[in-house]
Design a protein around this ligand. Structure first.
Ligand code: BES
Ligand code: ZN
Length: 593
């Protein structure tokens, strides 16, 4: 027995899945997906095959010829879920499993019509990264094993499906009104990139290879916000090589979506909080698009190497940003990330093992230690290598790295070996071992400076001493500059200071959620009551975990805001994704009394 991923029952001595064929029906009334998953193996196989599942109801397993395949569902492991062991008869190439999901499958969120913009149709979406695919499909749920897939998804009348795949037509379903949507993903992907969303959806073309999907009520706003996507794709291609995934489409989800974005191939999923109305939050699109190279082409072998995925993508995202908007804009983006990094180092403690880039997650659920560390420390490590070697040489290395490992999944050690092969001595020169294997931030971390950045931080730091920006200054600030200013203000302000800020920067009414949430975090931590109605509105509407953590955290400081948090949470929880509930509850568990 050779386990190859601390988060999977998959065994490298056993047969491997080459492709999946899904025939599933979505039942909103019962909140279940039911049907068949057929696993095509790499060759004729026999003997034990261990799959990952979590709370799935497995009804039957058969071979292609119809022979019954004995199976056994193991005990629940809190991190891994349940092992599904099948005993394959000799010569098995295709294995068919008939099953259904329970209503609380963690990889799914079922939304009532009132949780959508249109309020008339229900909505369903998946979120499989890091290890939730197994709660919807029985499979070898490790990024070490890439698969292609086909799917036939049957839906009730009036709804449409999108997937992380190419559309392959649709046909009438098995009962009146029902329709079956067909998909095909010919490129091998890690299981965490399988994705499905179902709802009343509309789309707008943005370029010959890109369109945006959303509910009809939001699709125009989405098309306007993301109109620049083709320019972004072209810029990324100039930096990292050809876009390899055919189309780049995006889906704007309802506001309970727990992340900012998810890089599902050919169909990035996005939070509607990006629709600021001024295109100021499209860096999230640059990030998800960048994953098309760093992540979806070259994946982390397991979650212990997650930094390879996210660190490289943040680095790539900021290179796209710099190419499009210049070095000042990139410096601001690095500064905004620096602040997130410092908060996380404080949260875990700078000597915590969760501040290492290469982690050891055996026995730990990756969702429990998700943080900005792999993003911000990882990207800084690569930026240091880039600075040390020079941009031209490093860019050549990055393109070679992508070409060498495309459509594979690699470890930190494989990355290091390739770095040493192509750029001998660079790893030692930048102190790679300390970056990768030691906690905290190494002393040689790159510093990102710009005149605008320095002026903003100095002004914010002088706030307690009475320094204030002039109305003309505030007027000229870009959204990123406003955000950097707010990030550098003290977390507790008196009532007069809060009132001054809100009036002068018109913060409570902002549509840019990064700015709004930064402000509400300060205001909540300052027990500033005039923002409470807006806070309540945000917490009731939005499930993005990046926002719930600081907001519920800041509300924990004062007895009155703690009571507010508990009251709002009780009302909001039924609309939150299971992951968002977990985050909010873990933050509130830290409250005094
Ligand atoms: N792949 C991540 C989201 C993710 C990571 C989901 C791990 C589940 C487990 C995605 O690319 C991401 O990083 N999103 C960020 C956006 C950002 C850094 C610009 C987010 O959601 O905030
Ligand atoms: Zn990412």
């Amino acid at each position: 027995m050779t386990r190859i991923d601390p988060h999977s029952w998959a065994d490298s001595d056993q047969p491997r899945t080459r492709s999946l064929d899904l025939a599933l029906e979505v039942d909103f009334d019962r909140r279940r997906i039911a049907g068949e998953a057929t696993l095509e193996l790499r060759g004729p196989s026999d003997g034990a095959l261990d799959l990952d599942t979590r709370a799935l109801r497995v009804h039957e397993a058969t071979t292609e010829g119809g022979a019954s395949v004995p199976f056994q569902v193991g005990d629940e492991d809190a991190v891994l879920g349940q092992r599904l062991r099948l005993e394959l008869p000799g010569g098995t190439r295709r294995l068919r499993i008939r099953y259904e999901t329970p209503p609380e499958a963690v990889g799914l969120q079922w939304l009532e019509p009132n949780q959508t913009e249109g309020k008339r149709h229900p909505f369903l979406f998946t979120q499989f990264q890091p290890i939730h695919a197994r709660s919807v499909i029985p499979l070898q749920d490790t990024p070490r094993f890439r698969v292609t897939y086909r799917a036939a998804i049957t839906l009730p009348e009036g709804l449409a499906a999108v997937m992380s795949a190419g559309p392959a037509g649709e046909r009438p379903g098995p009962r009146p009104g029902a329709r079956t949507f067909l998909f095909e993903m010919p490129q091998p992907i890690p299981p965490y990139l399988l994705a499905l969303a179902v709802g009343a959806l509309a789309s707008r073309d943005l370029s010959p290879r890109s369109r945006v999907w959303a509910e009809p009520a939001t699709v125009e706003a989405a098309a306007w916000e993301f109109a620049g996507v083709e320019q972004m794709i072209a810029t990324a291609e100039g930096l990292f090589g050809p876009y390899d995934w055919d189309r780049y489409d995006m889906l704007v989800l309802p506001p309970s979506f727990p992340y900012g974005g998810m890089e599902n191939p050919r169909m990035t999923f996005l939070t509607p909080t990006l629709l600021a109305g001024d295109r100021s939050l499209v860096d999230v699109v640059a990030h998800e698009l960048a994953h098309s190279w760093t992540g979806n082409l070259v994946t982390n072998a397991t979650m212990d190497h997650f930094w390879l995925n996210e660190g490289a993508t943040v680095w790539a995202e900021r290179r796209i940003l710099e190419a499009l908007h210049g070095p000042e804009a990139a410096a601001l983006s690095w500064a905004i990330g620096e602040q997130a990094l410092e908060i996380e180092l404080l949260r875990f403690g700078a000597d915590s093992p969760w501040t290492r880039l290469r982690t050891d997650l055996q026995g730990t659920h990756p969702d429990d230690v998700y943080s900005s560390i792999p993003y911000e420390k990882g990207s800084r490590f690569l930026a240091l290598a880039e600075r040390t070697l020079g941009r031209e040489g490093f860019d050549r290395f990055v393109r070679e790295y992508i070409a060498r490992f495309r459509f594979t999944s690699i470890t930190t050690e494989e990355f290091l070996a390739f770095l040493e092969e192509r750029l001998p001595g660079l790893a030692r020169q930048v102190g790679a071992d300390a970056w990768l294997y030691e906690p905290g931030m190494p002393a040689n971390a790159p510093v990102f400076r710009s005149p605008a950045l320095e002026a903003l931080t100095a002004l914010a730091e002088a706030f307690p001493a009475g320094a204030r920006p002039t109305p003309e200054q505030v007027e000229r600030w870009s959204p990123s500059e406003t955000l950097v200013y707010l990030q550098h203000l003290p977390r507790h302000l008196d009532e007069a200071a809060c009132r001054w800020l809100d009036l002068s920067l018109k913060l409570t009414a902002r549509g840019n959620y990064e700015i709004l949430v930064e402000w509400l975090t300060i205001a909540a931590g300052s027990d500033y009551a005039p923002v409470f109605p807006r806070l309540r509105e945000v917490l009731l509407r939005v499930g993005r975990m990046k926002y719930l953590r600081p907001l519920y955290g800041a509300l924990g400081r004062h007895p009155r805001t703690r009571a507010l948090a508990r009251e709002v949470y009780a009302a909001a929880a039924p609309g939150y994704h299971a992951l968002s509930r977990r985050t909010a509850e873990s933050v509130m568990a830290e409250y005094a009394e």
